[in-house]
Design a protein around this ligand. Structure first.
Ligand code: SF4
Ligand code: SF4
Length: 266
């Protein structure tokens, strides 16, 4: 009978942040702290009443909470991000809550002229179509150029960007560029993002989702392009969402955990 020595064992598979959070420890605490703070903040801001006028304030409050977590990261000094660096935006798979999608859509209406909006809408449609044909595995793995990346290499919705974008910081520009140039390579899956800011941001998003669900609203996560496109093209989208209509029917749902999508936990 032989026993494999450590050097003969298969290398340990890298643990995803979601797995690390499930396993407990410091990252789990960080996640749950952020989620608790966000959930409580939403409740306080709303005082039990969801009204359309409060949506930008809710999103900004969540974004400020993300920024607070970023500022407290012990790895902050290693962040390689800087204005104009956008390889990450050429290699992304971003998910948003309905609230974030509505805020991005409003920002586009208010800040882009008609030709700019048309160009963004066309790119959104291309990405949404591509994503709609992907399996769940591909949705996690395949990354595309974001529809909001403009010709100058800047985010055209920066002030309203999704929480996931606001909390993603890499510690290697070189790794980001390699990943963008060779998206199918193993290196593309190994960009050294700051796990503290990502975990904190996942917690903020989780708290927001929970608050939406507790209010009886659609609190699922949707692929960015399809959700913003739907928010742009649906008349009275926010009012209908607040009336519990299934505004995002047919969009690519990447985390179905509450009505009106399939509740996988049931
Ligand atoms: S995540 Fe990477 S590509 Fe994006 S801004 Fe930071 S260093 Fe640049
Ligand atoms: S929304 Fe903006 S920051 Fe986020 S991936 Fe798209 S271009 Fe980049």
């Amino acid at each position: 009978m032989s026993h494999a020595t450590p050097s003969h064992r298969a290398p340990a598979r890298p643990v995803s942040l979601a797995q690390a959070i499930q396993q407990g420890g410091p990252l789990a605490k960080l996640f749950h702290d952020a989620a608790r703070q966000e959930r409580q903040a939403v409740k306080t801001l709303l005082e039990g009443q969801w009204v359309q006028a409060l949506l930008p304030e809710l999103r900004n409050d969540a974004a400020e909470r993300v920024a607070t977590g970023v500022g407290q990261s012990p790895l902050k000094v290693l962040h390689a991000c800087e204005p104009g660096c956008s390889a990450c935006c050429r290699n992304v798979a971003v998910d948003v809550t309905p609230l974030e999608a509505f805020v991005v859509a409003d920002y586009l209406r208010a800040n882009l002229d008609a030709p700019q909006r048309e160009a963004v809408t066309a790119r959104l449609a291309v990405n949404a179509q591509a994503r709609s044909q992907m399996s769940a595995n591909e949705l996690r793995r395949v990354r595309l150029t974001c529809a909001f990346l403009n010709e100058q290499g800047r985010c055209s919705v920066y002030a309203a960007r999704p929480l996931a974008c606001a909390g993603a910081f890499s510690m290697s520009r070189q790794a980001c560029h390699l990943a963008a140039e060779q998206p199918a390579s193993p290196a593309a899956q190994q960009v050294p993002f700051d796990p503290y800011t990502k975990t904190w941001t996942m917690g903020v998003s989780g708290g927001l989702q929970r608050a939406l669900v507790e209010a009886g609203l659609d609190g699922n996560l949707y692929e960015l392009s399809s959700a913003v496109l739907r928010a742009l093209e649906t008349p009275d989208a926010v009012e209908r969402w607040l009336r519990r209509e299934d505004v995002f029917h047919g969009c690519t749902c990447t985390d179905a955990h509450s009505p009106p999508r399939v509740n996988r936990a049931a």
